[in-house]
Design a binder for this molecule. Sequence first.
Ligand code: FES
Length: 202
Amino acid sequence: MSNYQPKILGFLCNWCCYTAADSAGVGRYQYPPNLRVIRMMCSGRLDPSFPLEGLAQGADAIFVGGCHPGECHYQDGNYHALVTAALVHETLARLGVNSQRFLIEWASAAEGSNFVKIITQFTEHVASLGPLGTSEGIDPTVLRKKLALAATTAKDRKLRMNLIKASKEMIKKGDFSRPTIAGLVHEKCDKVLTELIGASLP
Ligand code: FES
């Protein structure tokens, strides 16, 4: 297990985190080479099915990087990304997947060193968990099949409507703390998530 190198899939916002990764490269900072990057214009583009599909397709962990709160180039995309992230965390927990395999964090374009620190720590942590399924005690093939099904259920229209309701309520309350957002997502999506996951997973 000592030579184990986790595969981490990253979704990075073009304006901040992707540029931070770029400046880390230009500045010749050293960091683990485990991250494979998909560039998005904003972390708000994150769809809940993306991380689930990424894990189903072979990643051991997922990283989402956006602009700091209050600095999103599209106003509040990163707050909506937190709502999506809360749904992903809740889905992973229901599947028995360690939710620490999914991380959402912020780094501005000028924070190459911060980006390096986040990725280095996350890679080390994921390495300590072992390949997907190991720390969970679940057969990886079975787990990836469940994740693929969960990625499909994450596209359900009713679930999307409830996720939008959670987003709207978050904006109305003006409370963007992660525990509050997780509570809102649980409140709005718990029932439909139970129906969907119960119906699709053995
Ligand atoms: Fe970076 Fe929205 S533009 S998170």
